[in-house]
Design a protein around this ligand. Structure first.
Ligand code: C5P
Length: 236
């Protein structure tokens, strides 16, 4: 499938139209941003890791009955995906306290939670993606009640599947962000799952193997991305 004009350039990806109205091509960049674009940098090789890791995980999720946007990997940085109407919600699942949850609620990072939890943010860069609840999402008309229920149920299922995948390679899945889209009347998973969008902690050492290495200046972000890629067997 051939790339036509660029439709959108985001912080970490470019999206191109194709001859097929139902398909887009996503091209992953090495650019890294944090804090709503205030911090900018590069993580060499990140685009390849995120592209191939997201595709690998989408294929596992599809096998387990989760519909995703994945169609075909074109090369190490580019993938054909289904064209969706994005639901303007960021869906965050947490298995342990970290990041904004820890800060907002005064819970030390790494604290066990009584159960996994789900948050919604309103996807809006100008507002800094504010935290909202499902009633607010309904009131703003961001999604229907049925869509919110489907998204929540799918997000917890995805969590169970991903936790197992990562546990098997010695990584604890602390939290992650998902986005969903509408595709021919169906809700499907419609964004990357990568070290940019997840917190991965080594089970033994608690080393951070994700974008927090960049956000928090912990050093060797490249090495951390490569480590997860290698443990998943994607370097072979
Ligand atoms: O910052 P916070 O603790 O809310 O992030 C929770 C999870 O969601 C982290 O894994 C982070 O990488 C991800 N996230 C994201 N994109 C955002 C906000 C959070 O991928 N805009």
């Amino acid at each position: 499938m051939k790339e036509l004009e660029m439709m959108y350039e985001g912080k970490a990806k470019k999206v191109f139209k194709t001859e097929d109205d139902d398909r887009l091509i996503v091209a992953y960049k090495d650019d890294a941003t944090a804090f709503n674009g205030l911090k900018k940098g590069t993580i060499v090789g990140k685009g390849i890791v995120n592209n191939r890791m997201s595709n690998y995980l989408c294929k596992i999720l599809e096998e387990k009955g989760i519909p995703t946007h994945y169609v075909e990997e074109l090369d190490e940085r580019r993938t054909v995906v289904k064209k969706v109407e994005i639901v303007p919600l960021e869906v965050i699942i947490r298995n342990k306290a970290a990041g904004s949850f820890s800060k907002r609620l005064g819970v030390p990072e790494g604290t066990e939670l009584k159960c996994s939890t789900l948050e919604f943010s309103y996807k809006n860069d100008d507002l800094g993606d504010p935290l909202i609840n499902s009633y607010m999402a309904l009131a703003l008309g961001l999604a229907t009640k049925e869509e919110i229920d489907t998204i929540s149920e799918m997000a917890f299922k995805i969590n169970a599947i991903l936790q197992e995948v990562f546990r098997n390679i010695g990584i604890e899945l602390i939290d992650f962000k998902l986005e969903f889209g509408r595709y021919h009347g169906q809700i499907i998973l419609a964004d990357e799952i990568s070290p940019d969008t997840c917190r991965y902690w080594d089970i033994e050492t608690h080393d951070h193997l994700d974008k927090d290495r960049f956000r928090r200046d912990l050093g060797d972000a490249e090495g951390a991305y490569q480590e997860v890629y290698r443990r998943l067997g994607l370097d072979r």
